[in-house]
Design a protein around this ligand. Structure first.
Ligand code: PLP
Length: 365
């Protein structure tokens, strides 16, 4: 028997969360962002749930090839564009749309021979200061691109740095509006946080395309301010493992490396076949929530490479073979949002899902 740990990818939940993006942006087309192997879910596993999207956005040519291999004929967008000339050939061959965010990419395109002109997304740096043309250079880049026979159409694009936080998006929106005055073309600005939190401003924010990532994967972009239940999102990845041993601890006894946890009273522990080598974060403290069967209990003792230990006090019926859900949905439908574990680990849901270890067998359900 293989080690009893697995990650389930919930196709219905992916489809639900995608519809949720459509509800927030009813007139926009939706890119399902599937970079980083669909945020750790596995592109092949996530595809069934996400094929209702208008397109797939990602960064890696290999991933684009995988989406094409699944039979997807619709739009695919390379969010960082082409890194070298050969990538443009792949764009022509696979009909990939690509972002243009610096001058050298325009030079490459100008020298590229293609029968079918490309759809390009011209990225403006509206304050994130990562990728894109500064406002002062944007119109010039647009004119250069629109003069190329290799270009069929130009979508105006920017990325928001604070859609999930206090600073908000008004300053970037204003700059984008001002800079793109008079330029024709579709527009795209919104990530998950902007799609959900600024739904009321959707004329400007959602524009023609929205680009939701994290919300589609059942994590709230502004947790802990709001959780997935507040946004009507469902968990899409369930990390589950079985209890492989139990221990009866006497009051005053310890468990695990460094004896971090001391039993307050006599108690029963479950040893769960999942550790940091599976992608469960080592840094989480005692008390981090875990579901056993469908009951919420807590982690006790340090996370080790292949195991964690959990308090079975609230689930006396649990024993060897019982299912622990580390995040996601339990077999009976109880929900433990990945955001809760991320918060306990001092990080965000994105990082945990992307860090699911390759050794964990994953399947779509
Ligand atoms: C990753 C990414 C997104 C999606 O962001 P979420 O916060 O996951 O919704 C959107 N646009 C671009 C350019 C990205 O790189």
């Amino acid at each position: 028997m293989p080690r009893p740990v697995e990650a389930l990818i919930h196709s219905d939940a992916l489809a639900h969360n995608l519809r949720r993006a459509r509800v927030s942006a009813p007139d926009a087309k939706v890119w399902a962002v599937v970079k980083a192997n669909a945020y750790g879910h596995g592109i092949e596993h996530a595809f069934a749930g996400l094929k209702g999207a208008d397109g797939f956005a990602l960064l890696d040519l290999k991933e684009a090839e995988r989406v094409r291999a699944l039979g997807w004929r619709g739009p695919i967008l390379l969010l960082e564009g082409c890194f070298e000339v050969r990538d443009l050939e792949a764009c022509s061959r696979l009909n990939l749309w690509h972002t243009v965010h610096h001058e050298a990419q325009i030079d490459m395109l100008a020298a590229h021979k293609t029968h079918t002109p490309h759809q390009v997304f011209l990225k403006m740096n509206s304050g994130m200061n990562r990728l894109g043309f500064r406002p002062a250079a944007y119109q010039h880049a647009w004119r250069r691109l629109s003069g190329l026979t290799q270009v069929e159409s130009i979508v105006l694009m920017t990325h928001l740095s604070d859609a999930d936080g206090a600073r908000g998006i008004a300053h970037q929106l204003a700059l984008f509006e001002a800079t793109t005055q008079g330029l024709s073309g579709e527009r795209t600005l919104a990530n998950s946080a902007a799609t959900l939190r600024f739904a009321a401003q959707q004329d400007t924010v959602r524009a023609d395309w929205v680009r939701p990532g994290i919300m589609v994967y059942g994590s709230s972009p502004d947790y802990p301010q709001r959780g997935i239940a507040d946004w009507d999102l469902q968990p899409t990845m369930s990390l589950r493992a079985q209890i492989i041993a139990t221990q009866d601890l006497k009051a005053g006894e310890q468990v695990g490396y460094g004896s971090r946890f001391t039993a307050e009273r006599d108690m029963r522990l479950g040893v769960v076949a999942c550790g940091y080598a599976d992608g469960y974060p080592r840094v989480v403290p005692d008390g981090t929530p875990v579901l056993v069967n469908d009951v919420r209990t807590r982690l006790v003792g340090r996370v080790s490479m292949d195991m964690i230990t959990v308090d079975l006090t609230p689930v006396p019926e649990a024993g060897v073979g019982s299912v622990a859900t580390l995040w996601g949905m339990s077999p009976g439908g109880a929900v433990l949002p990945i955001d809760e574990i991320a918060l306990a680990a001092g990080t965000i849901g994105y990082e945990l899902m992307c860090a699911l270890a390759p050794r964990v067998p994953t399947r779509a359900v």
